[in-house]
Design a binder for this molecule. Structure first.
Ligand code: ZN
Length: 389
């Protein structure tokens, strides 16, 4: 039965005011101030003036765990279905991280398919930090064409002491293969790049692009807010046409070391004239966040996807002027960067991936993905066949 959501204040991500949304099957079929369906059999959901946003597209997550500095005992745990749902992330994009030796693409594939089975629109990157890249089929382009959840390559590390120090030719080849795979399969074929705090900054990407036929958007760098110098470099890349990604997960130690908080970085990029539609924010969920005391590693916590929701809650409370830009950075912009043209927007023809947030508290009450409610009034709603046993 179709679902008509009424009395919702919508960021699509552009602000639409109070509107109605009609969901039929796995598509949004109407968005208007008033949709006349008198006499039709349908389920009406009164949003009661609450906020309706697209589900978050989290361009960098580690569903099978990410890093783990300081030894095997510090391996981070898997990030599961409920954690993503309660964070409003309907499209987590999974990656291996630093460790592609004791974790594999096959394990990542299993995690991503498990999230899909439970109702999320999950995706993954082939490859990892390392070059030559690990793949599932033996070839980057073949992975993109033949393995459904694979939509790009990453996160390939550059300017980092943990990276393989890839040459310009190696990066160029990876981007070319990803682009070809993306063209054949109809996904973005982006190469997600992990930027470390090495002095080379974005130079490896410029070196790879120089003299090639690749568009500047072939590379999609993340952690661009790691320090103000890197952020300024990333602004230049975005002005030239690339998508750039900010990491929302952080700890006080990182901020003291010069990291620019994601929301502050977003505001700064927009003030500096960077196109608003080229900036995304991801969580790095499942990645490790080391705790230091006086320079000594005391332990690690794990980044979670909840920072996506917290980022939008912060601006809903404090600064309504930037809400549409923040929502775009969490939804439509990463979807566009990854070639997921029917995700991250409340438009006719898009997948009904929807979040309802309480207008008073900002709390996430309801989550729909692909037309199915995964969360209703704060309660998880998973069919018995998709439950873990
Ligand atoms: Zn990274």
């Amino acid at each position: 039965m179709p679902t008509l959501i009424v009395n919702a204040r919508i960021f699509a991500p552009e602000p639409l005011g109070t509107c109605q949304v009609l969901v039929e099957g796995d598509r949004i079929t109407a968005v208007a101030e008033h949709i006349d369906l008198s006499g039709s059999a349908l389920t009406v959901v009164d949003a009661g003036g609450n906020w309706l946003l697209p589900g978050f597209v989290d361009a960098l997550t580690h569903p099978c765990g990410g890093g783990g500095e300081g030894g095997f005992q510090n391996r981070t745990a898997e990030v599961g279905f409920e954690t993503f749902v309660r964070a409003g992330v309907t499209s987590p994009v999974g990656a291996l991280g630093t460790d592609s030796i004791s974790r594999s693409l096959e394990v990542l594939y299993g995690c991503v398919m498990g999230l899909r089975r439970q109702g999320l629109a999950a995706y993954m990157y082939t490859g990892s930090y390392r070059v030559p890249v690990d793949t599932l089929t033996g070839d980057v382009a073949r992975d993109l064409v033949l393995v459904d959840p694979v939509i790009g390559v990453g996160e390939i590390a550059v300017s980092d002491h943990r990276s393989s120090q890839p040459s310009a030719a190696e990066l160029r080849r990876i981007a070319a293969d990803a682009r070809l795979g993306g063209i054949i399969s109809g996904v973005g074929g982006a190469v997600m790049i992990h930027l470390g705090d090495g002095p080379a900054g974005l130079k490896p990407l410029y070196d790879a692009l120089e003299g090639s036929d690749l568009p500047v958007s072939a590379f999609y760098p993340t952690h661009c807010n790691r320090n103000s110098g890197l952020l300024a470099e990333a602004a230049g890349l975005a002005c030239a046409g690339a998508w750039i990604d900010l990491t929302a997960s952080t700890v006080p130690e990182f901020i003291r070391a010069g990291e620019v908080p994601a929301l502050q970085a977003l505001r700064q990029l927009i003030a500096d004239g960077v196109p608003r539609d080229r900036i995304s924010i991801s969580s790095d969920a499942g990645g490790s966040l080391p705790h230091y005391e006086k320079g000594v590693l005391k332990g690690l916590t794990t980044a979670g996807p909840g920072v996506m929701l917290e980022t939008v809650q912060a601006v809903l409370k404090e600064d309504r002027r930037v809400v549409a830009d923040v929502v775009a950075a969490l939804t439509r912009n990463p979807a566009n960067a990854l070639g997921l043209k029917d995700r991250g927007r409340i438009h006719v023809g898009a997948s009904p991936d929807l979040l309802l947030l309480d207008a008073g508290t900002g709390a996430l009450c309801d989550v729909m993905c692909g037309g199915r409610w995964l969360l209703r009034d704060g309660t998880l709603n998973v069919p018995a066949w998709a439950n873990r046993r």
